[in-house]
Design a protein around this ligand. Structure first.
Ligand code: TIU
Length: 230
């Protein structure tokens, strides 16, 4: 039985019961270099439309989450300007002509403080919302995210952002191993590769929810505002 203060989100493999007091919205790496025309992602030949379709549903969800006065955290993948937190392995990976730290169309690629490293304007963080700068794919690795969540009594996460099978998946796996319940709204996460997106979502909810739950933002919105007609 759900406790009186808990809300229920329709989800797979079964309903997600959450306590608003201990549930945060975690928005992964919605950065210009991944999502915007002329950014690092597109420069590598990726189809950014697969990522850009997440912006509007994520914006609507973020607006509702803020209106409900629930906690929001944002992450950005990137490195110190001196690249001291960029491993040689990550720098070499891909053997691209242009790589992390080099000059790109929106400033130095995935370097903190550069234009391409910024979060897209539609999802710009507000004062009071934590922004976690992470050097890896997972949001827990080499960051203070776990400390912040523990200090705020957060035990459940609604995880959105890009890309589904890389930074979102790594973060959901990390969170799962640290005892968090994660729900992923499928319309608010995206991948350059639709087949990887689909498989990544299946992996999360397989085996009775081995890593967490998959849902849609309309079900999260319905839980937040049950009276509204959708
Ligand atoms: N944020 C994130 O997923 N970083 C990536 O590098 N993703 C890719 O899919 N390349």
């Amino acid at each position: 039985m759900p406790s009186a203060d808990n809300l229920i989100i329709a989800a797979e493999p079964y309903s997600f019961e959450f306590s608003p007091a201990s549930c945060a919205l975690l928005i992964i790496d919605m950065q210009r270099d991944f999502l915007e025309a002329g950014g690092f992602g597109e420069m590598l030949g990726n189809d950014i439309s697969q990522l850009r379709r997440t912006i509007e549903p994520a914006r609507v969800l973020l607006t509702a989450w803020r209106a409900a006065r629930l906690p929001v955290l944002h992450t950005r993948e990137g490195h110190r300007p001196d690249l001291s937190c960029l491993s040689a392995a990550k720098k070499r990976r891909g053997r691209n002509r242009v790589s992390i730290g080099d000059r790109g169309p929106m400033g130095r690629i995935l370097v903190r403080g550069e234009a391409g490293h910024d979060i897209v304007p539609e999802l710009c963080p507000m004062p009071g919302e934590a922004v976690i700068d992470k050097p890896g794919k997972g949001a827990f690795y080499a960051t203070d995210l776990l400390t912040i969540l523990q200090n705020r009594g957060i035990r459940q996460l609604i995880v959105t952002g890009v890309t589904t099978e890389v930074c979102v998946h790594t973060t959901v796996r990390e969170a799962n191993d640290r005892g968090f319940d994660c729900l992923v709204p499928e319309d608010c996460v995206g991948s350059y590769f639709p087949e990887f997106h689909d498989a990544a979502l299946k992996m999360i909810k397989a085996q009775g929810g081995i890593f967490g739950w998959v849902s849609h933002s309309r079900h999260v919105l319905a839980a937040l505002n049950p009276a509204e007609d959708r």
